[in-house]
Structures are given as C-alpha cells and as structure tokens.
Design a protein around this ligand. Structure first.
Ligand SMILES: Cc1cc2nc3c(=O)[nH]c(=O)nc-3n(C[C@H](O)[C@H](O)[C@H](O)COP(=O)(O)OP(=O)(O)OC[C@H]3O[C@@H](n4cnc5c(N)ncnc54)[C@H](O)[C@@H]3O)c2cc1C
Length: 273
C-alpha cells in the first residue's frame, strides 16, 4: 500500500508542476490506482482546487479538465450529444458508481493502461492531450510517450463531432477489467477504429482510408472486421487467450460499425446485442 509523508494542495498549476519535478513527489488524481501501489511518496500534490473539473464547449471543441471524473463523463449531456451514448457505454461498466465518482480522466489518460476503456474511446475520437509545459499533443502520440513529470491539464475533443460513435467491450463479468475494447467513430472524412485491452495499450487501426466518408454495407463491415482481426496484435493473460481476443476483435469491430450506421439512420444502438 502507498505511504504519503506530506500533502500539498497546489494553489497554481506552476506550483503543482514545480513540486511534481521532485522525484518522490506524486500528483494525485482520484488515487484509485495510486493507492494500490507500494510507493513511498514524499509529497502528494493535490490539483483538485485548480478548476480542472469542468466539461466546457470552447471555440476549438469540447474541453474536459483532467480532474473530471468518469461519472461526469458518463452523465454529461454535452458528451452524450457529442458521442450518442458511447461515453456512457465506455465508462459505465468501470467498477461501480462510487468508484467512477473518484476516478479521474487525467489519471486514466496518464496511466495509459493496457486495459483502458477511456483510452480506447478517446483515441477513436481523435482527442488531444493538453500538457502544462509541453502544450498540445495528439493522444495517439501521447499514448506512445514515456511517462514523464508534466501535468495533463485538459483533453480536447475536435469541434466537429463525429457523425456517429459506438463503443463495445467484452468482459467476463459486468464490472471486471475488459477482455477487449473497441471504439468506432464515423466522421465526414474519416473512419477511426481503436482496439484496446488486447491486452496491450489501445491502438488505432490503419488502412481504413478507402472506407472514409461514406456509408458502408454489410460486406464492407465484415471486410474491415476481418482486417482488424488479422492486423491487431493480441496476447494472452488470465482473462483470455490471444486466439479468443482475436476472435473478439472481429466480432466487436463488426458490432461497433453496425451500431454506428444504425445511429446514422437515427435508430440508436442496441448495446447488448
Ligand atoms: C480496481 C480497478 C479497476 C479498474 N477497472 C478499470 C476498467 O475496467 N476500465 C478502465 O478503463 N479503467 C479501469 N481502472 C482504471 C481507473 O478507471 C482509473 O483510470 C485509474 O484509477 C486512474 O485514475 P485515478 O484518478 O484514480 O488516478 P490516480 O490513481 O490518482 O493516478 C494515476 C497516475 O496518474 C498520475 N496523474 C493523475 N492525474 C494526473 C494529471 N492530471 N497529469 C499527470 N499525471 C496525473 C498520478 O500521479 C499517477 O501516477 C481500474 C482501476 C482500478 C483500481
């Protein structure tokens, strides 16, 4: 279990950043992951008083503060309009309501966990990460960066919402870590599919250019799902084998794509089919 010597509630981001440069100090999100570690922390840095708990519409798109909780993401109306239920579907199975009331977006993105539902969805949505010192970095690049001591202040979602978004995951039991995750976003000029919990970090599928900007028929959906299953690397762990995950890549990609085109028709998605 984690041990903490001192606690500091930062008055500014600069103060939080300076404190975070010291080895041994640690930034706090919701502390749900952190508290399970065996670290000994000198100073725990609380950024909860810096107004980073808001979901706002800006000229550039939707701006989500790093201290926004997964429960806010699940319930926020702007996000439901933007993603048509995909946000609720992506985070709504993470442990339980009390847990989601604490777990933060910043902690989830910084962690870049191999099992992350949050990373999978935000990757498909082309999110950008706003870092206090480094500035804006596309999430697809941030996901590959080594862990450092910068602070995530916000995530940005592009102003133009996708035409449709769908999220699917497979779990052995309802609130367990996912066995596989899949998010699809249909944009006017692109099709984005992210697959996570492979069990590695979520990644974006390449080679989808020819499917961009148009409606797909069932044959093309199957073709993409097959392409995903043959290109996405999977592995085995206690929850499932690589072969089973590869099967799930194909199934979940096809279902998420069908959800998207059903949503485009205005029929909504049937998340449990
Ligand atoms: C039992 C359990 C089950 C889980 N199941 C799932 C699941 O099914 N699906 C899923 O997607 N996730 C799951 N998670 C992960 C969870 O949703 C959160 O992503 C995780 O707890 C981290 O968020 P946090 O707010 O608790 O961060 P913390 O634990 O407080 O911090 C995590 C790390 O991020 C750093 N950090 C925090 N905020 C920032 C910031 N703004 N800038 C830079 N660094 C920062 C911290 O210093 C720390 O190193 C699970 C976690 C646990 C403990």
């Amino acid at each position: 279990m984690i041990g903490i010597r001192d606690y500091k509630r930062a008055a500014t981001l600069e103060e939080a950043y300076q404190l975070n440069q010291k080895r041994g100090n640690r930034l706090l999100g919701g502390m749900l992951w952190l508290k399970l570690s065996r670290n000994s922390v000198q100073t725990a840095i609380d950024i909860g008083g810096l107004g980073l708990d808001k979901i706002e519409e800006t000229n550039e798109g939707l701006r989500l503060g790093a201290m926004v909780t997964l429960r806010q993401i699940e319930l926020d109306e702007k996000l439901q309009t933007y993603g048509g239920g995909a946000f609720r579907e992506a985070v709504g199975r993470i442990v339980g309501v009390q847990f989601r009331n604490l777990a933060t977006l910043g902690g989830s993105i910084y962690g870049r966990f191999g099992f992350s539902d949050v990373l999978t969805l935000f990757l498909a949505l082309d999110a950008e990460v706003c870092l206090y010192k480094r500035g804006r970095v596309p999430l697809r690049d941030y996901a590959a960066l080594p862990y450092d001591r910068d602070i995530i202040t916000h995530l940005l979602l592009p102003k133009a919402a996708p035409l449709a978004v769908a999220y699917r995951s497979a779990r052995l039991t309802k609130t367990d870590f996912p066995l596989l995750t899949c998010a699809c976003a249909v944009k006017s000029d692109a099709l984005q599919i992210a697959v996570g919990a492979r069990p590695g970090k979520a990644l974006l599928l390449s080679g989808l250019e020819k499917y961009a900007g148009r409606r797909l028929d069932e044959e093309e959906i199957e073709e993409i799902a097959h392409h995903a299953a043959t290109t996405v690397p999977t592995g085995s762990n206690t929850r499932g084998s690589a072969a089973y995950r590869t099967h799930l890549v194909q199934v979940l990609c096809a279902r998420a794509l069908r959800d998207c085109f059903r949503k485009e028709d205005g029929c909504g998605a049937d998340a449990d089919s």
